[in-house]
Design a protein around this ligand. Sequence first.
Ligand code: PRX
Length: 633
Amino acid sequence: MSTRIETYEQYKAAYEASVNNPEAFWAGVADQFSWRRKWDKVLEWNFTEPMVKWFANARLNITENCLDRHLAKRGSQPAIIWEPNGVDEPGRVMTYAELHSEVCRFASVLRSNGVQKGDRVCIYMGMVPELAVAMMACARIGAIHSVIFGGFSAQSIADRLQDAGARFIITCDGAYRGGKDIPLKNTVDDALQTSGGVERVIVFQRTHTAVSMIKGRDVWWHEEMAKVIDSGVTEAEEMEAEDPLFILYTSGSTGKPKGVVHTTAGYMVYATYSFENVFQPKEGEVHFCTADIGWITGHSYIVYGVLCAGGTSLMYEGIPTWPDAGRFWEIVDKYKVGILYTAPTAIRSLMAFGTDPLQGKDLSSLRVLGTVGEPINEEAWNWYNEHVGKRRCPIVDTWFQTENGGILISNLAGVTPSKTSYATLPLPGIQPILVDEQGKEITGNDVSGNLCIKFPWPSVIRTTWGDHERCRQNYFATYPGYYFTGDGCYRDSDGMYRITGRVDDVLNVSGHRIGTAELENAINMHTGVLESAVVGYPHDLKGQGIYAYVIMDSMPDDEPHTRADIAQTVARVIGSIAKPDKIQFVPGLPKTRSGKIMRRILRKIAEGELQQLGDVSTLLDPSVVEIIKDGRL
Ligand code: PRX
């Protein structure tokens, strides 16, 4: 598309234009897409309610932008290349024409199963192309999808189904991930024991394991697809720009995960614009984003952004270390990957195997490397640069959040300067500011503060599903007038941004976002637990580890056993990604006289900074601090 920025000068000009006249700027970007009807007004907004509307009254369908409009020029170009978990199984390639046909057919299946515009459809699948097909089939008929990461538990699925009011769920019999077969359908069945309201379960057959199919409720994907006689074009529903496209649940500092709502036009425009400019893809180049589609990175940079831009998206079913630590490099070599986009935690886990797994793999096709999900430490950045990129590939350190829809702060590959462990500069349209605890803007350079954004961009969160007040409280109330990210940030003397991590009670474990309140709720459900407090601590591989302080009704006789049981409860309630790394049994927690847990002290102890606990004299019972210090794991 012609809104591609190719030089640093062009970046500066685009940035300035986007700030001086945002409406004209975004109208120019949006002009590149295919609309049934154009907008009446580019932007209406206030960050108080909040209310944000982009491209109001425009009409479109995102799948016509991802698929139909590419058919003439790119019908036979690969849209999705799929690499299975197992090395002996052949991969699959779906051209734009094939993907279009699959999406149309499955859209027809959804319609014949009763799915209507505006219905919520949960998707709990492994990383197979049919997951992308299912998402786009929903979008084709105007249903709102909500993808649930395959590592979440039955309870988490039930919570999401209920919150979204979903009557439909699409799943697989099972999923292959590394050496494991994950029983997805069984987990869905467990979820449906506690959550009513689901009328139809559509099951894609992947592992051919035995599953129970409930009469009248469960149907097979392949059987339903076979019933579609006319595999031609399923007419795309004409959507209003602000109609919800999807809900994606994410953790916050309080309560259960909330459903972040993204809408059709703004999300499409920003996901595509950011993909094009950050990664600078070339025609026909293979883009390999290693994220799971269950996260926002997968939504935007495996599916929507890449396909809207007419790119080729490589989707990998497995994990980086299966069957060995050379797998990513083998995939890069096999498919001549041009852009590799992964997470610091994956780089660190591969780094631990040294450079042997890289030997004999031709990585010369690589042109751009990307990282996302957590701050990248210098060691990992250097290893990625030196051993993977051979010092000739720009590394884009891309910062964003589920609530943002697309990358907000990052260098543009080969176009704007990069700096180790800095996300660097905002994309055009993004106006970051740093504020102090009182919400006062911190101006100038070489300063640190809480990161806020002061102007809307097209894919900013619109609401949290079913609870707009929660959206306001979480993001727009802490610092009135601004969107608050929850991240701390340093702006260096050149005005470059370095994200330093969450300043709220949200942990980032292997790039997975988990709330401490959720973790504590899960731990407290375990028999015998009276109270708990969870904090993060630096972890070599995961970035952050989970440290839980737990008060039991009586000290356990067999501590390791009780620890394992508690971890199991957390896995059951949330999912195995949330298992605590350390559980320390304590007789009490450091609390103020008003009963508030002093997490600052617990964090310092978990980090091993025992000398810097600060003033503990205001605690209800200061002696408990000494006991906790002594028992530190
Ligand atoms: O703390 C930031 C961290 O991940 C959080 C967002 O998590 P989630 O909504 O799950 O989205 C992750 C993928 C976009 C942020 O608040 N984060 C994300 N990217 C970076 C990062 N921290 C530092 N550098 C990044 N590049």
